[in-house]
Structures are given as structure tokens and as C-alpha cells.
Design a protein around this ligand. Structure first.
Ligand code: SIN
Length: 532
């Protein structure tokens, strides 16, 4: 089966949905999403979305905070563009039906997170992402030009070079091959414009607060198709996920610290003052590294996050979701500190794009966590990512409409997916084993503190697994698990190779071999591109 549209969006978080809503009046939009439409990282975002909102604040301060958190690697012109479009992005969300929390006087209740010098974070209590996703999904569902394919996972991009078997520079994207997970069939999705909005890749690590869908699909597909990827070494570890055997790294929002919570050793000592003047609200890389150091120095399995000095009424009203979830694990945060540890949270690198989200491959865009726009640099400032999703969703939409006006060439006759001599696998255990091995290896060797020796060891392991996957891939019918395994292996390799390239410590990339910042040689992006 062949499905042709003007705009093919792969992924259904804030970036993909806001893009779809912006282009929908200009043509047919198809959204392909791996599970149910709301199974996204956006839905799990607790904290909020940053935008300048008060007269005490200014664009200049938001820009300065972003540059500092990003260890001076962000592209300042991109930061300025995103920050200045922040208020409009909030307006768009409100227009689409998002209800942000308000104070008694009906003004918006702005909160704080690490690295922010001002209260500028719009939130919907502690379930901001869920509220945003709800509103956008409702708007998408009623739009006559948007069709959603749930339970469909993209396998690979279709490009002109692939179809014509010629080397083309630049190449052009024509759509994607997509697996219908329920029927087990592969379909051809042709499109004038293809947009990668598949989110991040937290599942590359053993411990992550990301949803199961975060397997770096868009990044892996773009890399395989020949697009450059940038800054993959900068995986952000969120400092505070719940330490509990059943909690699956449940996120405890940074806004809890924004409202006064303090990190303590298990003996009750607060320690962040030793690490940064902003103490518990220092940028995330600094907090996660401090916690890692404290746990290693004192032989502790976890750090305590203490907000018990606030009243129970306040905590229950401001953080109802976190309070109830922790209580379901037997921990009452109004009376006792929460045991927390860092976990993989946000990939600051991704597919290299320009200021409109365009990749190096014509008619292919990447937006949201899948992309590397230049906004985050070496460490993302909290709550800048939802903002980036809306701003780049909108910019990419505007550019796509311009390209459409120039005319999309007709979709060529493309060979259907060929399963060749593939057969049903009787060795699914290989997929499960390799998943686990990659994630464990990344956690142990490519984590918060790195060394060349560990990185080289990790690269060797991952490359061996990739060889095994390649054999397996062509022998057996394709499954969703196999597609995701191939993608996490590719992303793991990209993270390790980027980390090996960067011979300094900056932001989220800390290596004991090069512990200092090296502005002379390394104040630049790390780029990787497939050689054909
Ligand atoms: C949080 O609520 O701590 C996460 C927000 C973010 O990562 O921007």
C-alpha cells in the first residue's frame, strides 16, 4: 500500500503536533506515531515551558541564562530567535486550548527551575506536558486535513539517491517506509515534505525517565540517509528521579527544587553550596555531577530531596501528581525526603538543522529533541525544550509552506518494501539480550563521568552488537523491537564517537582525561556524517 501526502510527520509530541497544526490548512498531513498518539516524552514533561513574561525579566536575561547553562556552546543567534518568539509560542498554545496554572488573581503562576535567574516557567501544576499534549491532540483529531496512523513505526527514509541508485548532493527526501505494528506489514509513505519529530533517545541508557518510545529513531534514520548529526555526546541526566525498585526512574520535577526543595546527603547535610552559587538551582549538569560525586564519596545509593519544610497543603496542591505517585510507592513527601538518583533525560544533540529546522537533505526537516538547532549547546536550560518544539514547529511549517508553493515533484514510482528471503525468527532472545547489553554498557561506560578507556571499550562492544544486528536484520521479518534495537545501537555509537572526539570537558560531557574547558579548540559542534 502507498499513502501519499503533502506533509508527513513522524512523531506526535509537541513539535510534531504543532507543526501539523500550522501546515494543515495548506495540504494533506499524515502523522505516523509508534504507539497511541499521546505516548510521547511531551506527555511526561512535568516542569513547564520557559518564556519571558514579566517586566522584571527580559529577553537578554533568558538568553544569558541559556548561554551559561549551555556552557557557552549554544548559537547565540538561535537562542535569541527562540527566546524572542517565546511569548508568541505561549500564545499559540493557549489558542490551541492549553490551560496553564493561574494564581488567585488570574495571572499566570510562573515557576523556576535550575539555571533560570527569573520565574519564567509556565506550567500546568506538575503535569504540564500532559495538558499540552491533550490540547494539541484534540486540535489535531478534529482537523479534516490531518490523518493519524497510530501503532506505525518508521523504518527508514526514502530518498531520491536510494530510489535512483545515484549519488546525489544534496539528496532529496521522498517519504519513509513504515511498519504497521499490528498487521506486521510495511507500507510506503510518500510525501512532499518529511518531518522527523520522534523525540529523544533516553532508552539508549539503562536508567532513564523517558518513555519506552524514546529510541532515537529519527536521528538514526537521518544519519543512515546521509544527514549530519551534531553534539551527540551531550546527553542530559536529570538529577532527580525516584530511587525505588518499582518506580522505573519516575521523574521528580526540578520545579520541586524551584519551590524550595533541598538536596541532602543521607545524614541530612545539604551539599550544593559547595558546588555552585545557585546551590540546588544550579544548571542540571552541575547538580547531577555533584550528586554522582557525593554518592561515590559517601558510598550512598541515593540522595535525599527534602521539601518537608513546606506545608502539606501546599505540596499536595502544587505537586499532586508527584505526591500521589510517590505515595503509591509508600513515600510521603510531605513528611520525609524523597530518595533520588540521576537518570538519562534529554539529548541535546541530534540531526543538524538550520534556523528553520531544515536538514542537509532537501525536503527533510527535524524538529524538537530529534534535532540539534544550536539552542542547547552543551547542556539544555530546563524548560527550554518545549519552547524549542513550538518555535521550530512553527518555523519549519512556514518554510515547508514556501517550499510547497514552489511545487513538489510528483511522487515517483518507488519499489515496495522487499522482505527478500526473510523468515520468522525463532531467536527473539538475541534482540532482548542486545537491547539490555547496549543499555547497560552505555550506563556503565558512557555516563555522567567518562574516560577515553571506557569510551573505547564501549565502542568496541556496540560495534560488535551492530554487526550481529546487521546479520539478523536481513534474515528475519522486521519487527518493532528489531527496528528500535537497530536505532538505539546507531545512536549509542554516535554518542560514543562524539564523546571520543571532544577532547575537553564541557557541560554534560565530563571526562577525567580532559577535565578542563578548551575554548581554543572545542568551542564548536561535534559533527558526524555517514560515509557512503
Ligand atoms: C522537570 O520537570 O524537571 C523537567 C523539565 C525539563 O526537563 O525541562
Amino acid at each position: 500500500m502507498k499513502i501519499v501526502s503533502d506533509f508527513l510527520v513522524i512523531g506526535s509530541g509537541i513539535a510534531g503536533l504543532s507543526y501539523a497544526l500550522k501546515v494543515a490548512s495548506h495540504g494533506k498531513v499524515v502523522i505516523v506515531t509508534k504507539r497511541e498518539i499521546s505516548t510521547t516524552a511531551t506527555s511526561l514533561a512535568q516542569g513547564g515551558i520557559a518564556a519571558v513574561a514579566t517586566t522584571q525579566d527580559s529577553f537578554e536575561q533568558h538568553i544569558a541564562d541559556t548561554m551559561e547553562a549551555g556552557a557557552w556552546l549554544p548559537d547565540e543567534s538561535v537562542v535569541r530567535t527562540v527566546v524572542e518568539q517565546g511569548p508568541k509560542a505561549i500564545e499559540d498554545l493557549i489558542e490551541w486550548g492549553v490551560n496553564f496554572s493561574r494564581k488567585a488573581d488570574q495571572s499566570y503562576d510562573l515557576t523556576r527551575e535550575g539555571g533560570h535567574s527569573q520565574r519564567r516557567i509556565y506550567h500546568a501544576k506538575d503535569e504540564t506536558g500532559k495538558e499540552i499534549e491533550r490540547a494539541l491532540v484534540e486540535a489535531v483529531r478534529v482537523h479534516p486535513n490531518i490523518e493519524v496512523f497510530d501503532d506505525h513505526v518508521a523504518i527508514d527514509l526514502i530518498t531520491e539517491a536510494k530510489v535512483t541508485r545515484r549519488r546525489l548532493k544534496p539528496d532529496r527526501c521522498l517519504g519513509a517506509y513504515v511498519l504497521d505494528r499490528k498487521r506486521g506489514e510495511v507500507f510506503t509513505f510518500g510525501a512532499g515534505i518529511t518531518v522527523l519529530a520522534t523525540g529523544g533517545a533516553g532508552k539508549v541508557y539503562l536508567y532513564t525517565c523517558n518513555p519506552d518510545v524514546a529510541t532515537g529513531d529519527g536521528i538514526a534514520m537521518a544519519y543512515r540517509a546521509g544527514a549530519s548529526v551534531a553534539n551527540m555526546e551531550f546527553m542530559q541526566f536529570h538529577p532527580t528521579t525516584l530511587y525505588h525498585p518499582l518506580a522505573k526512574s519516575f521523574l521528580v520535577s526540578e520545579t520541586v527544587r524551584g519551590e524550595g526543595a533541598v538536596l541532602r546527603r543521607q545524614d541530612g547535610t545539604a551539599f550544593m553550596a559547595q558546588y555552585h552559587p545557585l546551590k540546588d538551582l544550579a544548571p542540571r549538569d552541575i547538580v547531577a555531577r555533584a550528586m554522582d560525586n557525593e554518592m561515590k564519596t559517601h558510598g550512598d545509593d541515593y540522595i535525599c530531596l527534602d521539601i518537608t519544610h513546606r506545608t502539606a497543603g501546599y505540596i499536595k496542591d502544587r505537586f499532586p501528581y508527584i505526591y500521589e505517585t510517590c505515595l503509591s510507592y509508600g513515600i510521603d513527601m510531605t513528611r520525609e525526603p524523597l530518595p533520588v538518583v540521576p537518570a538519562a533525560h534529554y539529548l541535546c544533540g541530534g540531526v543538524k538543522v538550520d534556523i528553520d529546522g531544515e536538514t542537509e537533505i532537501r525536503n527533510l526537516f527535524a524538529i524538537g529533541e530529534t534535532s540539534c538547532t544550536g539552542l542547547h549547546g552543551a547542556n539544555r536550560l530546563a524548560s527550554n525544550s518545549l519552547l524549542e518544539g513550538v518555535v521550530f514547529g512553527s518555523r519549519a511549517a512556514r518554510k515547508s509552506i514556501t517550499l510547497q508553493a514552489d511545487g513538489f515533484p510528483p511522487f515517483p514510482s518507488v519499489a515496495h518494501w522487499d522482505s527478500g528471503s526473510a523468515r520468522n525468527s525463532d531467536e527473539e532472545v538475541i534482540v532482548a539480550h542486545n537491547w539490555d547489553e547496549i543499555r547497560r554498557c552505555m550506563w556503565n561506560y558512557v555516563g555522567i563521568v567518562r574516560s577515553d578507556k571506557r569510551l573505547v571499550r564501549a565502542l568496541r562492544r556496540v560495534q560488535m552488537i551492530q554487526e550481529e544486528i546487521a546479520d539478523y536484520y536481513w534474515d528475519f521479518y522486521i519487527t518493532s523491537d528489531l527496528i528500535e534495537l537497530r536505532n538505539i545501537a546507531t545512536v549509542a555509537e554516535l554518542i560514543i564517537r562524539s564523546a571520543l572526539k571532544r577532547k575537553e570537558s564541557r557541560g554534560l560531557h565530563y571526562t577525567i582525561d580532559y577535565p578542563e574547558l578548551d575554548d581554543v579548540h572545542w568551542k564548536r559542534d561535534t559533527l558526524l556524517k555517514k560515509v557512503f
